[in-house]
Design a protein around this ligand. Structure first.
Ligand code: SF4
Length: 281
């Protein structure tokens, strides 16, 4: 009888030691050159607005959230106002971001707790943040780091997770364990910016389905690279900087055609590695 493959649980490492670990120092140096001014791409004016936008961004895009939040904050500009709003009206406004019922519940409950227990101010500790409905470590790290400059941890969203795994910085699947590995590998003073850099690098270069390896400034130090590097790493870092600063618009204009990239020497190595790659959660 054929044996069934045993699938790892979420908490188990993914193929431990399958990928050589890139030097954290070198990763940092190259990411800093490529993304000198990392930022959060969710529009906000206050820590509370950032919190609400981050909750809404789950399973959505920052672009969609940025289209929705101006209307939301225009109608309900404070935690008190949003908490007291009719849920059906809030649902209508946030509908485009997906999971609108559960998101409405979460943003109204979090706002109510902020109004009731924290005098209308988003709290400044991880423990208090995690006590807010709809808030897990990723959201807490986004708000504490971006809005308050408090380095409690490192943002690990789906992009940061993918980049960290491909670079061999972690063999874990669970976001909390991935964050532990990253916190151990990088100095605390880098945590806030590093989180944003990993997110932006994953969003614009280390794409889930077709990573732009030939243009990636980390290519030579990445054991998951699917194509040989194009030009020097500093030239690639300049390209990534343009792409990130244009929110992706520069990529289409400067990318080599896909067919040319696939025909490049080493493409076979990439295809073989791609075939082994597991889909990301
Ligand atoms: S070389 Fe490719 S897989 Fe490695 S970090 Fe860059 S884009 Fe991602």
């Amino acid at each position: 009888m054929a044996r069934r493959a045993v699938r790892p649980t979420k908490a188990e490492p993914v193929r431990p030691a399958a990928r050589a670990r890139a030097s954290p120092r070198e990763v940092l140096a190259r990411l800093k050159a490529a993304i000198p001014e990392p930022r959060c791409e969710l529009d906000h004016r206050t820590p509370w607005e950032l919190l609400i936008a981050t909750i809404l961004s789950a399973q959505s895009t920052d672009r969609t959230v940025n289209a929705v939040t101006p209307v939301l904050f225009e109608r309900w500009p404070t935690p008190e106002a949003l908490a007291a709003a009719p849920p059906a009206e809030v649902e209508r406004v946030v509908h485009r971001t997906g999971f609108f019922r559960s998101k409405t519940k979460a943003i109204q409950a979090a706002s109510a707790k902020i109004a009731r227990d924290f005098g209308g101010e988003v709290p400044r500790t991880m423990e208090e943040m995690l006590a807010l409905p709809g808030v897990a470590r990723k959201t807490a790290n986004v708000v504490l780091g971006t809005a308050y400059g408090i380095a409690e941890g490192i943002i690990v969203d789906t992009h940061a997770m993918r980049v960290a795994q491909r670079l061999g910085l972690t063999a874990q699947r669970d976001p909390a364990r991935i964050e532990d590995d990253l916190r151990a590998a990088f100095p605390r003073r880098e945590w806030i910016a590093l989180g944003h850099r990993l997110v932006l690098h994953g969003r614009y270069v280390c794409l889930a389905r077709a990573p732009r390896c030939e243009r990636c400034p980390l290519n030579e130090i990445c054991s998951s690279a699917e194509l040989p590097p194009h030009d020097t790493w500093r030239a690639r870092a300049r390209w990534e900087r343009e792409v990130v600063e244009s929110r992706g618009a520069a990529a289409a204009a400067t990318e080599r055609p896909k067919e040319a990239a696939n025909a490049a020497p080493g493409a076979r190595r990439g295809r073989a590695q791609r075939a082994q790659r597991k889909p990301m959660p």
